[in-house]
Design a protein around this ligand. Sequence first.
Ligand SMILES: [Zn+2]
Length: 586
Amino acid sequence: MAYQALYRTWRPQKFSDMIGQEIVTKTLKNAIITGQITHAYLFNGPRGTGKTSAAKIFAKAINCLHPVDGEPDGTCEICQAADNGTLGDIIELDAASNNGVDEIREIREDVTYAPTQAKYKVYIIDEVHMLSTGAFNALLKTLEEPPANVIFILATTEPQKIPATIISRTQRFDFKRINAQSAYERMVYILDQRGNTYDEAALKVIANAADGGMRDALTILDQALSFGDGHVTLENALLVTGSVTQTLLGKYVEAVVNQNTKQGLARLSEVLDEGKDANRFVEDLISYARDLLLYTEAPELVTLVPDETFTQLAKTQSANIWYNMIDTLNNTQQQLRFTNRPAIYLEVLTVKLSQPVGQEQTVPSASPTVDHTAVAVQPDRQSSKQQPTQQPTPSSVSEPAQSMAIDQERSQPAPEPAPMTSQKTRVAPHVSEDQAAVFSVLSEATRGDLDRVTAIWGDMINMLPVPEQAMLNVARPIAASSNGLVVAFDFDVIRVNAMRKADLLQTMVTQIRELTQAQHERQLVFITTESWPVLRSKFVAQLPKHKQQTPAVNPDVEEKADETEDNLVTEAKTIFDAGIVEEIDD
Ligand SMILES: [Zn+2]
């Protein structure tokens, strides 16, 4: 006999076999007991939650010759025929494969004939939202004048795609995602019945990976069983699901909420070393954070089986942490769609998640931004933050660079025993972010300086500790003079964080000087990649007219400029990073 998939063999035969849908099954049984049957039902819910099973059981129960408390007895000739699929009065149609007007027209004619064996003729239409408009219209006509003894059960995962005129003629049942605990228990039951053995952890992994669908859980279990000798091992379960273990997820989350960047990155590399997919990891993290969020408010909605790390995290951290984490993870998920270097984004993610909540937004973005909305970043985060951090006063938001420096001088004692330079005392002596500083570098910038810095940039990064490497992996030099260097960061959060790291800045200026064999250290200017186009055009625009056309600032340039717009670009290309200039000119 051909092998029967678990989910088929173990398809529930009675309402009492179904798991996780108590309200639905109770209501349906009551309808049968009291004889209150209606003409059309809509079974709505995620895939694999038992909609089709419930429809079949219901069809059997209303036709059963000796129903017991609303359940089919499973032994009468009607039940037997239904179980064998030979009962002509239960008609199943999959709208996903028969989108058809024809099929529905056929049904329209067919419904006029009385059931042959059973009391009721039952049409089960799966994925009903896939029907064409024409088919919906035909179906609607039937529902408007329902023939006696005919029942429609429409099942769908996407009720919003079904015309309201149809929905209003049905009695609706919402099927819930099956929580991991129930899925786990069902698998234990099935394996016990079959005489298989298992690692408990393996079933937990499968239950979590199935994400609320019992059919998926059993399909995964099937695969895991096929690897082993009738024993379900954790190793096989992980292999089949491609999941990051809950333990590892927990350790990672624990590290980042404790703001231990180093450990977070170490956990991340464990995940990546196992060859896990970046998207899958982020998805796993999202459901982990979601479960943590729900655990306090609505524990019954939690999909995973909590372990000690999980309950500890849920107890000690506030909901805010998880809201923020989910936000950040969602953003990363978007970014991952457009990159072929996912590891870098995961590193950045790890650094971000290790920030105290809200802190990443404490400093407004660099001054060149003309757009004020860019300054008023995510006010909800500011109000929701937990840890006391040096927040700029509201007034400082309008005048970023200046007042930020003042604020920080006030609130931070001595930043770090950073070696004093001859410059005026600032929080970070090696770095600025304001427009004046950018212009000052640009006015002396040369392609040669930029090339020299770019050439050693990678080596310089490699000399840094791992967390700081991750920060600079999303930054690049875009303009340089012998005295200054403009660095553009892809993420403002990272830029702001880097500006606070006195050690990092010190190492950067020292190493850049040594590696480029320069006379003196270059003043760093950190801006966002986003603000660069605005800055660049502002800089060019403020140059005296003749300078705009004469690339005097760059001794490498030989060609003389004409009065054409192209020369601005030519000049820009010679002083700035060409790649970035091209992006701007798009
Ligand atoms: Zn029966």
